[in-house]
Every structure is written in structure tokens, then in C-alpha cells.
Design a protein around this ligand. Structure first.
Ligand SMILES: [Zn+2]
Length: 338
């Protein structure tokens, strides 16, 4: 598996190498999985493999075609995404949905025959954010793309996509990669010390892209540690401090939903660790560097209480998605902290 460079997902690479080499490649793929897991890299490598001048089972990465795909300027490879839609649109730069106009522009381009390669590859990233109208407009193209075209949809999970879209694609679902593989890659490729690599691998939840992002932006590690300190203190804090935390998060939520979602995700990982330690499964915990503090909490908390609070965290997340008043939802949460 030369040159695909993916950490994990060898079954997916094997499958794509084999099916494209034996003429049984699909006309439409759907790569689904969590953010940072490797979907976009897999799509990039498949695009390179399909237009590579060597036409072997692996992209060569050194021919002009491979290089142009890598740099995003191959005329037969088109990459659309929310970011690209925002960059091209003047009035609405903050849309969280892929619109029908984006799909139409994509379809218009698909009708053009290849300029240089034997094939044309169309990648639609963020496909989980397609509006229903846009998704419906896409169906016909997915059903009968021109013979030279290969379509690759990328989605964070396939749950939000219309079943009619999913059923027209060959679906490759990328699952979280094992910690040891991620830690080994961080040590080999990025020269990370083994202690840091293990911690990052645990934090990454099987998403190498997330670990690499933390390496690139060490301030994110500091931010995460600072947040964990706050959450740990909240445990021992009285009602006033807890309510103040809820008020601050609710304020943040009004300007940026993602920040609060990150807080809740972090808190969930914290409580999952408490649950794991309580159940004597300490090898699987995420916050390896806080094992002692977590162990103390696990000893003081029943499994049922830990489980109940995890459920409350889920509920709070759902309430926010359902537009419940954020301060009410978060206050309710912190007041039930075990
Ligand atoms: Zn090449």
C-alpha cells in the first residue's frame, strides 16, 4: 500500500486499490466517519490514484497529475465543501449547509469531458450538511454519472444523509483507529516523545487528524488542560460557582455553539473515565495524566451516578440542539453534578 499514507483504515485502502485495479471501482463513493479520522486524505489519495499518470494501483505522488491534485489545481479534480462555498459566496459566509446552487455548479462541471486525465473526480466534502433540496438535486447525478466521472461524498457520519443518497453510493465507513497505531505514528512521523504520544493518542479518540491538529496548535492543549482544571474544580464547588459556570457557557453559546459543544464533549470524556475506573477498566481511560484525580472521584461515586450524569450530558446536548434556553439547560446540568 505504497503512498496512501493513512494511519489505520488498511481495509479501505486495500479495497480501493483492488476494486480500481480490477475495473470494479464504483462511480459514487461515500466516505463516512468522525472529524479528523482520515476521510479527506483517503479521498485525496483515491483522486490521485484515478488520475495518476502511472495508472497503477497506488498513486505515485510524484507525477504532474498527482502533484496538481495535492495542490488543488488539477482541472479534472473538483473539490467542493462548505469552506469553498463560503469563499465563493458573497452574501452568506456563515452558512452551515451545502446549498442547491453549490450542487448545481458541481453538476454543471460534471458534464464537461476530462481535460487531461482519463477520468474526472468530484469530491463533495461536508455532504452531511446538504439541504434536502440539494440532496434531492444530487440524486440523478449519483444514479447515472457520465462514464468518465467518479464522485466521492465525504460525510461526518452517514446518519444525516438522505437514505436515497446513501443507497446510491458505495459506503466506506471509517472507524476510530487504535491508540497504539496513532501513538506509533506520532512518534515515527512527528518525533513526539512516547509519553506525549500516548496522551495525544488517548485524547484523539482514534482520530489522527485531531492529534495532528493539537501538535500544530499547542495552545489547544493548554486550553484543554485549563478546561479540565475548571471541570475538576466544579466538582468540589458550591452552587454559586456551578451556576456561574453555566451562565458563562450560556453566554459563549450565543456567539459560538461549537465552544459549548467542545466543553460538553470534554466533560463526557471525563465522566466516561470515572465510569471506566469505577468498573476497573482503567486501561481505556482518556485522561491518562489525571488518573489519580479521576481514581479519587471514581472511588467516591457510584457507577449508577456516573452513568446518570453521562446521560444528563447527552440530554443537555440534545436540549441545546432543540433550542431549549441554554442557560436553563446548563444550570439544570450543573445542579445535578454528583
Ligand atoms: Zn502520479
Amino acid at each position: 500500500m505504497q503512498n496512501w499514507d493513512l494511519i489505520g483504515h488498511s481495509w479501505a485502502v486495500d479495497y480501493l486499490r483492488h476494486s480500481t485495479a480490477t475495473g470494479r471501482g464504483a462511480h459514487a463513493y461515500l466516505f463516512a466517519g468522525a472529524t479528523g479520522i482520515g476521510k479527506a486524505l483517503l479521498a485525496l489519495r483515491l483522486a490521485q490514484r484515478l488520475v495518476c499518470e502511472t495508472n497503477g494501483p497506488d498513486p505515485c505522488l510524484v507525477c504532474r497529475a498527482c502533484k496538481r491534485v495535492e495542490h488543488g489545481n488539477h482541472p479534472d479534480v473538483r473539490w467542493s465543501s462548505l469552506a469553498q462555498q463560503s469563499a465563493e459566496s458573497k452574501e452568506d459566509t456563515k452558512s452551515r449547509e451545502l446549498k442547491i446552487d453549490t450542487v448545481r455548479a458541481w453538476q454543471h462541471d460534471i458534464d464537461m469531458r476530462p481535460y487531461e486525465a482519463a477520468r474526472r473526480v468530484f469530491v463533495l466534502d461536508d455532504a452531511n450538511t446538504l439541504t434536502e433540496q440539494a440532496a434531492n438535486a444530487l440524486l440523478k447525478t449519483l444514479e447515472e454519472p457520465p462514464p468518465y466521472a467518479v464522485l466521492i461524498l465525504i460525510a461526518q457520519g452517514a446518519g444525516d444523509l438522505l437514505p436515497t443518497v446513501v443507497s446510491r453510493c458505495r459506503v466506506l465507513k471509517l472507524r476510530p483507529v487504535g491508540r497504539s497505531l496513532i501513538a506509533a505514528a506520532l512518534i515515527q512521523r512527528f518525533n513526539v516523545s512516547s509519553g506525549d504520544a500516548e496522551l495525544l493518542a488517548a485524547w484523539s479518540g482514534g482520530r489522527i487528524g485531531w492529534a495532528i491538529r493539537l501538535l500544530d496548535q499547542p495552545e489547544l492543549i493548554e486550553q484543554q488542560q485549563a478546561r479540565l482544571d475548571v471541570l475538576a474544580e466544579l466538582q468540589a464547588a458550591g452552587h454559586v460557582a456551578r451556576l456561574k459556570w453555566a451562565e458563562e457557557r450560556a453566554k459563549e453559546y450565543r456567539s459560538d455553539h461549537e465552544v459549548v459543544s467542545d466543553w460538553l464533549t470534554l466533560w463526557q470524556s471525563w465522566w466516561r473515565d470515572i465510569l471506566l475506573l469505577g468498573a476497573h477498566c482503567g486501561d481505556a481511560i482518556t485522561h491518562l495524566d489525571r488518573r489519580e484525580d479521576l481514581q479519587v472521584l471514581a472511588s467516591a461515586t457510584s457507577l449508577a451516578d456516573a452513568q446518570r450524569f453521562l446521560t444528563r450530558l447527552d440530554t443537555a446536548r440534545q436540549q441545546l440542539a432543540d433550542n431549549v434556553n441554554p442557560q436553563l439547560a446548563l444550570e439544570h446540568l450543573v445542579l445535578h453534578l454528583p
